[in-house]
Write a protein that binds this ligand. Structure first.
Ligand code: 5MM
Length: 339
Protein backbone atom coordinates (compact mmCIF):
# COMPACT_ATOMS: atom_id res chain seq x y z
CA UNK A 1 0.00 0.00 0.00
CA UNK A 2 1.44 3.40 -0.87
CA UNK A 3 1.16 6.69 0.99
CA UNK A 4 -1.82 7.75 -1.13
CA UNK A 5 -3.80 4.63 -0.16
CA UNK A 6 -3.10 5.15 3.54
CA UNK A 7 -4.15 8.76 3.19
CA UNK A 8 -7.38 7.90 1.41
CA UNK A 9 -8.35 5.35 4.11
CA UNK A 10 -7.51 7.91 6.81
CA UNK A 11 -9.61 10.53 5.06
CA UNK A 12 -12.54 8.15 4.58
CA UNK A 13 -12.52 7.47 8.34
CA UNK A 14 -13.03 11.18 9.02
CA UNK A 15 -15.49 11.79 6.17
CA UNK A 16 -17.90 14.67 6.92
CA UNK A 17 -20.70 13.71 9.30
CA UNK A 18 -19.12 10.37 10.24
CA UNK A 19 -16.92 8.90 12.97
CA UNK A 20 -15.59 5.63 14.34
CA UNK A 21 -17.26 3.07 16.61
CA UNK A 22 -14.75 1.72 19.15
CA UNK A 23 -16.00 -1.83 19.77
CA UNK A 24 -12.60 -3.31 20.61
CA UNK A 25 -13.20 -4.06 24.28
CA UNK A 26 -10.77 -6.75 25.43
CA UNK A 27 -12.08 -9.76 27.44
CA UNK A 28 -11.94 -8.07 30.88
CA UNK A 29 -13.45 -4.80 29.60
CA UNK A 30 -16.42 -6.36 27.80
CA UNK A 31 -17.03 -8.47 30.90
CA UNK A 32 -17.25 -5.27 32.94
CA UNK A 33 -19.66 -3.70 30.42
CA UNK A 34 -21.86 -6.83 30.39
CA UNK A 35 -21.82 -6.97 34.19
CA UNK A 36 -23.46 -3.52 34.13
CA UNK A 37 -26.49 -5.10 32.41
CA UNK A 38 -26.22 -8.48 34.21
CA UNK A 39 -25.31 -10.41 31.07
CA UNK A 40 -22.65 -13.17 31.27
CA UNK A 41 -19.66 -12.54 29.02
CA UNK A 42 -19.82 -15.71 26.90
CA UNK A 43 -18.46 -16.03 23.38
CA UNK A 44 -21.98 -16.28 21.98
CA UNK A 45 -23.24 -13.21 23.86
CA UNK A 46 -20.25 -11.17 22.71
CA UNK A 47 -20.85 -12.32 19.11
CA UNK A 48 -24.57 -11.51 19.28
CA UNK A 49 -23.88 -8.07 20.73
CA UNK A 50 -21.29 -7.18 18.09
CA UNK A 51 -23.63 -8.43 15.35
CA UNK A 52 -26.32 -6.11 16.69
CA UNK A 53 -23.94 -3.16 16.37
CA UNK A 54 -22.53 -4.01 12.94
CA UNK A 55 -25.90 -4.71 11.31
CA UNK A 56 -27.77 -1.65 12.60
CA UNK A 57 -29.79 -0.33 9.64
CA UNK A 58 -28.68 3.05 8.24
CA UNK A 59 -25.84 3.45 10.73
CA UNK A 60 -23.22 3.62 7.96
CA UNK A 61 -24.53 7.13 7.26
CA UNK A 62 -22.81 8.19 10.50
CA UNK A 63 -20.23 5.47 11.24
CA UNK A 64 -17.19 5.30 8.92
CA UNK A 65 -15.20 2.56 10.67
CA UNK A 66 -15.39 0.07 13.52
CA UNK A 67 -12.50 -1.06 15.71
CA UNK A 68 -12.63 -4.77 16.51
CA UNK A 69 -10.90 -6.99 19.06
CA UNK A 70 -8.91 -10.08 18.05
CA UNK A 71 -11.81 -12.42 18.88
CA UNK A 72 -14.34 -10.28 16.98
CA UNK A 73 -12.39 -10.02 13.72
CA UNK A 74 -12.50 -13.84 13.56
CA UNK A 75 -16.23 -14.17 14.33
CA UNK A 76 -19.12 -14.43 11.88
CA UNK A 77 -22.66 -13.11 11.66
CA UNK A 78 -25.51 -15.54 12.37
CA UNK A 79 -25.76 -16.19 8.61
CA UNK A 80 -22.09 -17.15 8.44
CA UNK A 81 -20.44 -13.99 7.05
CA UNK A 82 -17.15 -12.94 8.69
CA UNK A 83 -17.61 -9.67 10.59
CA UNK A 84 -15.01 -7.74 8.54
CA UNK A 85 -16.99 -8.67 5.40
CA UNK A 86 -20.29 -7.67 7.07
CA UNK A 87 -18.80 -4.24 7.72
CA UNK A 88 -17.20 -3.83 4.28
CA UNK A 89 -20.52 -4.66 2.55
CA UNK A 90 -22.15 -1.89 4.55
CA UNK A 91 -19.44 0.65 3.69
CA UNK A 92 -17.83 0.57 7.15
CA UNK A 93 -14.04 0.16 7.29
CA UNK A 94 -12.90 -2.62 9.67
CA UNK A 95 -10.13 -1.77 12.13
CA UNK A 96 -8.32 -3.76 14.80
CA UNK A 97 -6.91 -3.15 18.28
CA UNK A 98 -3.33 -4.44 18.16
CA UNK A 99 -1.91 -3.48 21.55
CA UNK A 100 -1.79 -6.06 24.32
CA UNK A 101 -2.82 -3.76 27.12
CA UNK A 102 -1.26 -1.30 29.57
CA UNK A 103 0.99 -3.04 32.15
CA UNK A 104 2.74 -1.62 35.24
CA UNK A 105 5.93 0.26 34.29
CA UNK A 106 8.68 -1.26 36.46
CA UNK A 107 10.33 1.27 38.77
CA UNK A 108 7.54 3.82 38.30
CA UNK A 109 4.77 3.16 40.82
CA UNK A 110 1.30 4.04 39.56
CA UNK A 111 2.36 4.30 35.92
CA UNK A 112 1.81 2.00 32.96
CA UNK A 113 3.33 1.23 29.60
CA UNK A 114 1.43 -0.46 26.80
CA UNK A 115 2.84 -3.77 25.57
CA UNK A 116 2.48 -5.65 22.28
CA UNK A 117 5.42 -4.76 20.04
CA UNK A 118 6.92 -8.27 20.01
CA UNK A 119 5.66 -10.13 16.94
CA UNK A 120 3.58 -7.13 15.88
CA UNK A 121 4.80 -7.16 12.25
CA UNK A 122 3.37 -10.68 11.75
CA UNK A 123 0.13 -9.93 13.59
CA UNK A 124 -0.44 -6.81 11.47
CA UNK A 125 0.02 -8.83 8.26
CA UNK A 126 -2.48 -11.42 9.53
CA UNK A 127 -5.05 -8.76 10.46
CA UNK A 128 -4.73 -7.20 7.00
CA UNK A 129 -5.47 -10.62 5.49
CA UNK A 130 -8.56 -10.80 7.69
CA UNK A 131 -9.79 -7.50 6.22
CA UNK A 132 -8.54 -4.79 8.60
CA UNK A 133 -7.54 -1.51 6.98
CA UNK A 134 -6.67 0.43 10.10
CA UNK A 135 -5.22 -0.35 13.54
CA UNK A 136 -5.35 1.09 17.04
CA UNK A 137 -2.92 1.19 19.99
CA UNK A 138 -3.86 2.80 23.30
CA UNK A 139 -1.37 4.25 25.79
CA UNK A 140 -2.64 5.21 29.23
CA UNK A 141 -1.33 8.21 31.18
CA UNK A 142 -2.58 8.81 34.70
CA UNK A 143 -2.43 12.16 36.53
CA UNK A 144 -1.60 12.00 40.25
CA UNK A 145 0.93 12.92 42.87
CA UNK A 146 4.21 13.31 40.95
CA UNK A 147 2.86 11.58 37.85
CA UNK A 148 2.97 11.41 34.91
CA UNK A 149 6.77 11.28 34.85
CA UNK A 150 8.65 12.35 31.73
CA UNK A 151 10.02 8.81 31.52
CA UNK A 152 6.56 7.22 31.40
CA UNK A 153 5.45 9.66 28.71
CA UNK A 154 8.58 8.90 26.71
CA UNK A 155 8.22 5.13 27.02
CA UNK A 156 4.60 5.24 25.85
CA UNK A 157 5.29 7.71 23.03
CA UNK A 158 8.14 5.53 21.79
CA UNK A 159 5.91 2.42 21.71
CA UNK A 160 3.12 4.33 19.96
CA UNK A 161 5.54 5.50 17.28
CA UNK A 162 7.03 2.01 16.77
CA UNK A 163 3.49 0.65 16.38
CA UNK A 164 2.50 3.43 13.97
CA UNK A 165 5.55 2.87 11.75
CA UNK A 166 4.92 -0.90 11.66
CA UNK A 167 1.23 -0.34 10.84
CA UNK A 168 2.03 1.87 7.89
CA UNK A 169 4.58 -0.66 6.65
CA UNK A 170 1.81 -3.29 6.75
CA UNK A 171 -0.64 -1.04 4.87
CA UNK A 172 -2.81 -0.23 7.90
CA UNK A 173 -3.66 3.32 8.97
CA UNK A 174 -2.46 3.73 12.58
CA UNK A 175 -4.87 5.33 15.02
CA UNK A 176 -2.52 6.68 17.69
CA UNK A 177 -4.28 6.82 21.07
CA UNK A 178 -2.44 8.45 23.98
CA UNK A 179 -5.15 8.72 26.65
CA UNK A 180 -4.68 11.05 29.61
CA UNK A 181 -7.24 9.60 32.01
CA UNK A 182 -10.03 11.71 33.48
CA UNK A 183 -10.09 9.67 36.72
CA UNK A 184 -9.04 11.57 39.84
CA UNK A 185 -9.45 15.06 41.17
CA UNK A 186 -7.10 17.10 38.94
CA UNK A 187 -8.06 20.44 37.42
CA UNK A 188 -8.64 21.20 33.75
CA UNK A 189 -5.36 23.17 33.77
CA UNK A 190 -3.43 20.10 34.94
CA UNK A 191 -5.08 17.98 32.25
CA UNK A 192 -4.09 20.62 29.68
CA UNK A 193 -0.45 20.58 30.84
CA UNK A 194 -0.23 16.78 30.81
CA UNK A 195 -1.96 16.50 27.43
CA UNK A 196 0.35 19.13 25.98
CA UNK A 197 3.43 17.28 27.20
CA UNK A 198 2.12 13.91 25.99
CA UNK A 199 1.14 15.09 22.51
CA UNK A 200 4.40 17.01 22.03
CA UNK A 201 6.38 13.91 22.87
CA UNK A 202 4.18 11.65 20.73
CA UNK A 203 4.63 13.82 17.62
CA UNK A 204 8.35 14.13 18.18
CA UNK A 205 8.63 10.30 18.36
CA UNK A 206 6.39 9.89 15.31
CA UNK A 207 8.74 12.17 13.36
CA UNK A 208 11.81 10.25 14.57
CA UNK A 209 10.17 6.99 13.48
CA UNK A 210 9.40 8.48 10.02
CA UNK A 211 5.66 8.00 10.37
CA UNK A 212 3.79 9.70 7.52
CA UNK A 213 1.41 12.06 9.23
CA UNK A 214 -0.99 12.17 6.25
CA UNK A 215 -1.64 8.44 6.70
CA UNK A 216 -2.52 8.35 10.41
CA UNK A 217 -5.19 9.55 12.82
CA UNK A 218 -4.80 10.82 16.39
CA UNK A 219 -7.20 9.57 19.08
CA UNK A 220 -6.70 11.81 22.12
CA UNK A 221 -8.60 12.67 25.27
CA UNK A 222 -10.32 16.03 25.50
CA UNK A 223 -8.88 18.58 27.94
CA UNK A 224 -11.28 18.19 30.82
CA UNK A 225 -11.17 18.26 34.66
CA UNK A 226 -10.85 14.95 36.52
CA UNK A 227 -14.20 13.39 37.44
CA UNK A 228 -13.58 14.10 41.14
CA UNK A 229 -12.39 17.69 40.66
CA UNK A 230 -14.69 20.02 42.63
CA UNK A 231 -14.48 22.62 39.85
CA UNK A 232 -16.03 21.24 36.67
CA UNK A 233 -15.83 23.13 33.36
CA UNK A 234 -18.63 24.15 31.05
CA UNK A 235 -18.87 22.92 27.49
CA UNK A 236 -17.27 25.99 25.88
CA UNK A 237 -14.27 25.88 28.25
CA UNK A 238 -13.58 22.22 27.48
CA UNK A 239 -13.86 22.96 23.75
CA UNK A 240 -11.53 25.98 23.93
CA UNK A 241 -8.88 24.30 26.09
CA UNK A 242 -8.93 21.18 23.94
CA UNK A 243 -8.59 23.07 20.65
CA UNK A 244 -5.85 25.30 22.11
CA UNK A 245 -3.83 22.28 23.23
CA UNK A 246 -4.28 20.49 19.90
CA UNK A 247 -3.34 23.63 17.93
CA UNK A 248 -0.06 23.80 19.82
CA UNK A 249 0.88 20.16 19.38
CA UNK A 250 -0.77 18.46 16.37
CA UNK A 251 0.67 19.21 12.91
CA UNK A 252 -1.81 20.28 10.23
CA UNK A 253 -0.69 17.35 8.04
CA UNK A 254 -2.65 14.95 10.29
CA UNK A 255 -5.98 14.50 8.48
CA UNK A 256 -8.14 13.92 11.53
CA UNK A 257 -8.46 13.85 15.28
CA UNK A 258 -10.93 11.26 16.55
CA UNK A 259 -11.63 11.78 20.23
CA UNK A 260 -12.15 9.05 22.82
CA UNK A 261 -14.97 9.64 25.30
CA UNK A 262 -13.02 8.47 28.37
CA UNK A 263 -15.93 8.23 30.81
CA UNK A 264 -17.91 11.31 29.74
CA UNK A 265 -21.64 10.72 29.45
CA UNK A 266 -22.87 10.16 25.91
CA UNK A 267 -24.45 13.60 25.92
CA UNK A 268 -21.32 15.41 27.21
CA UNK A 269 -19.16 13.71 24.59
CA UNK A 270 -21.54 14.89 21.84
CA UNK A 271 -21.80 18.42 23.25
CA UNK A 272 -18.03 18.84 23.48
CA UNK A 273 -17.43 17.61 19.94
CA UNK A 274 -20.22 19.86 18.70
CA UNK A 275 -18.76 22.94 20.42
CA UNK A 276 -15.31 22.30 18.93
CA UNK A 277 -16.70 21.91 15.42
CA UNK A 278 -18.85 25.00 15.98
CA UNK A 279 -15.66 27.03 16.49
CA UNK A 280 -14.63 26.21 12.89
CA UNK A 281 -11.37 26.94 11.08
CA UNK A 282 -9.39 23.87 12.22
CA UNK A 283 -6.69 22.37 9.99
CA UNK A 284 -7.80 18.80 10.82
CA UNK A 285 -11.20 17.08 10.85
CA UNK A 286 -12.50 16.83 14.42
CA UNK A 287 -14.40 13.59 14.85
CA UNK A 288 -15.16 10.79 17.29
CA UNK A 289 -13.97 7.26 18.04
CA UNK A 290 -16.21 6.66 21.02
CA UNK A 291 -16.65 3.40 22.89
CA UNK A 292 -18.80 4.00 25.96
CA UNK A 293 -20.37 7.24 24.69
CA UNK A 294 -21.82 5.36 21.71
CA UNK A 295 -22.53 2.05 23.38
CA UNK A 296 -23.91 2.83 26.85
CA UNK A 297 -27.47 3.45 25.60
CA UNK A 298 -27.25 0.40 23.34
CA UNK A 299 -26.26 -1.95 26.17
CA UNK A 300 -29.03 -0.58 28.38
CA UNK A 301 -31.64 -1.14 25.66
CA UNK A 302 -30.34 -4.61 24.73
CA UNK A 303 -29.93 -6.28 28.17
CA UNK A 304 -28.87 -9.50 26.45
CA UNK A 305 -32.37 -10.20 25.02
CA UNK A 306 -32.86 -11.01 21.33
CA UNK A 307 -36.28 -9.35 21.51
CA UNK A 308 -34.59 -6.05 22.40
CA UNK A 309 -32.29 -5.96 19.36
CA UNK A 310 -34.48 -3.53 17.34
CA UNK A 311 -34.69 -1.11 20.30
CA UNK A 312 -30.94 -1.37 20.90
CA UNK A 313 -30.19 -0.73 17.23
CA UNK A 314 -32.51 2.26 17.33
CA UNK A 315 -30.53 3.61 20.30
CA UNK A 316 -27.24 3.07 18.44
CA UNK A 317 -28.50 4.78 15.29
CA UNK A 318 -29.82 7.69 17.34
CA UNK A 319 -26.55 8.28 19.23
CA UNK A 320 -24.55 7.94 16.00
CA UNK A 321 -26.80 10.51 14.28
CA UNK A 322 -26.33 12.98 17.14
CA UNK A 323 -22.56 12.65 16.89
CA UNK A 324 -22.87 12.96 13.11
CA UNK A 325 -24.63 16.31 13.68
CA UNK A 326 -21.87 17.32 16.12
CA UNK A 327 -19.35 16.80 13.30
CA UNK A 328 -20.94 19.84 11.64
CA UNK A 329 -21.53 21.81 14.87
CA UNK A 330 -25.24 21.25 14.25
CA UNK A 331 -26.18 19.30 17.37
CA UNK A 332 -28.84 20.90 19.59
CA UNK A 333 -30.16 19.35 22.83
CA UNK A 334 -33.67 19.11 21.35
CA UNK A 335 -32.33 16.41 19.01
CA UNK A 336 -31.84 14.14 22.06
CA UNK A 337 -35.56 13.50 22.21
CA UNK A 338 -36.13 13.26 18.46
CA UNK A 339 -37.26 9.78 17.33
C1 5MM B 1 -13.57 0.09 23.60
O1 5MM B 1 -12.50 0.03 24.55
C2 5MM B 1 -11.19 0.06 24.00
C3 5MM B 1 -10.36 -1.08 24.48
O2 5MM B 1 -10.18 -0.98 25.88
P1 5MM B 1 -9.45 -2.14 26.73
O3 5MM B 1 -8.14 -2.42 26.11
O4 5MM B 1 -9.33 -1.49 28.10
O5 5MM B 1 -10.35 -3.32 26.76
C4 5MM B 1 -10.55 1.45 24.33
O6 5MM B 1 -9.24 1.54 23.87
C5 5MM B 1 -11.38 2.48 23.66
O7 5MM B 1 -11.25 2.35 22.26
C6 5MM B 1 -10.99 3.90 24.01
O8 5MM B 1 -10.67 4.03 25.37
C7 5MM B 1 -12.18 4.79 23.68
O9 5MM B 1 -13.30 4.33 24.39
P2 5MM B 1 -14.11 5.39 25.27
O10 5MM B 1 -15.10 4.56 26.03
O11 5MM B 1 -13.09 6.07 26.15
O12 5MM B 1 -14.73 6.32 24.24
Amino acid sequence: MNVGDLESVARSLVAPGKGILAADESGPTIEKRFQGISVPSTESNRRAYRELLFTTPEVSGYISGAILYDETIRQKSSDGIPFPEVLIRRGIVPGIKVDEGAKPLPGFPGEKVTEGLDGLRDRLAAYRELGARFAKWRAVIDIGDGIPTAFCIRANAHALARYAALSQEAGLVPVVEPEVLMDGGHTIERCGEATNEVLSRVFSELARHRVRLEGMLLKPNMVIPGKKCPVQADVSRVAEETVRTLSRTVPAAVPGIVFLSGGQTPRQATEHLNAMNGMGGHPWELSFSYGRALQDPVLKAWKGEAANVPAAQKAFLHRSKLNGAARFGKYVPALEDAA
